[in-house]
Design a protein around this ligand. Sequence first.
Ligand SMILES: NC(=O)c1ccc[n+]([C@@H]2O[C@H](COP(=O)([O-])OP(=O)(O)OC[C@H]3O[C@@H](n4cnc5c(N)ncnc54)[C@H](OP(=O)(O)O)[C@@H]3O)[C@@H](O)[C@H]2O)c1
Length: 343
Amino acid sequence: MNANTEDNRNSQVILRQVPTGLLGPDDFEVRQAPMPTAGDGEVVVEAHYLSLDAALRLIVRDSKDFLFRVEPGDLVRNSVAGRVVESNNPDWAAGDYVVAATGVQNYGISDGSDLELCDITQAPLSAWLGGFGVSGLTAYFAIFDECKPQPGQTVVINGAAGAVGTMAGQFAKMAGARVIGIAGGPEKCKWLVDELGFDTAVDYKDGDLYEKLVEAAPDRIDFIFDNVGGSVLNESLRWIALRGKVLMCGSTSQYSEEEISGPSQYIWLGTMRASIQGYVVYDYADRFDIARKHMAQWRAEGRLSFPEHVYEGDVPDFGQAFHDLYSGRNKGKMVVKLPAADT
Ligand SMILES: NC(=O)c1ccc[n+]([C@@H]2O[C@H](COP(=O)([O-])OP(=O)(O)OC[C@H]3O[C@@H](n4cnc5c(N)ncnc54)[C@H](OP(=O)(O)O)[C@@H]3O)[C@@H](O)[C@H]2O)c1
């Protein structure tokens, strides 16, 4: 078994309470649990990277409406990237690098059915949680299958400097579109243009967003790739093009709000014969392999990067890292890198 298990340390992050406002360290407690051992058909997964997912804020709300929930007293659910350290399952061997849904803890048990094998010659292990994982896949199918922008069309991506937005912008550029990012702060906006090739980027925290969009997109907006909802979506709707489309990928701005509010500027959808469409990446699960083949090739050719923000820490740091995510500290996918990480 791995050297990191010598002290039998298995810290687990438990939801302490239903949060109000931003989710942060006070909403969690850290419990020490015994090292798990694999039963029949089971494997033990050692976490190397913890995924930070904006959607967690939605699933800890006190609401019965959502499919998945984490309730006070529960281990926080999320994905990790790590390694199988013990296996009683013929499909998995000790040493396999995997993505697993074992939650925020150093070691978790899986029956193997939820594991994904990671070929780290295709992409680094951490990227399997981000650009090469759900975030990148979300962006890939949203751009190439749902939006299909044509050269000359304009795509506005909000939450542009985040895990999904950074990938969506790169893909929309590959499709030949004019790409405008919306992000918080001048430094992020400059980075989107200089490092990721966005045509321009707009800081939604500074000045009149609508006026800035009119200036950046003189021919109006053909596609709104919506990660955040709220006022950012609302202002964008006022400038949607004829037969434009809003792809509703997420609503980060609303997840921490007591009352979720919809966009009052929806009236432009009628006038402009535009549409708004929901979207879930798992509808494309049978094509994830194909998408990854393309992404690996584009990365090898230097045309695609997997931006990530690595928080060096351990399991107890999860709450602070999550708070940082919602405070906009990340550029690209945020992960917590744990001491066990060896790649
Ligand atoms: N449909 C699907 O299948 C699918 C799959 C994966 C994720 N999603 C959704 O996609 C969205 C983006 O996910 P992600 O992983 O890429 O997260 P992310 O963008 O990396 O999340 C954090 C970012 O959200 C922004 N933010 C925080 N509060 C905000 C607010 N009040 N208004 C506007 N922006 C705010 C911050 O950026 P700024 O500094 O720019 O404010 C922050 O850096 C989420 O809503 C998630 O639920 C959907």
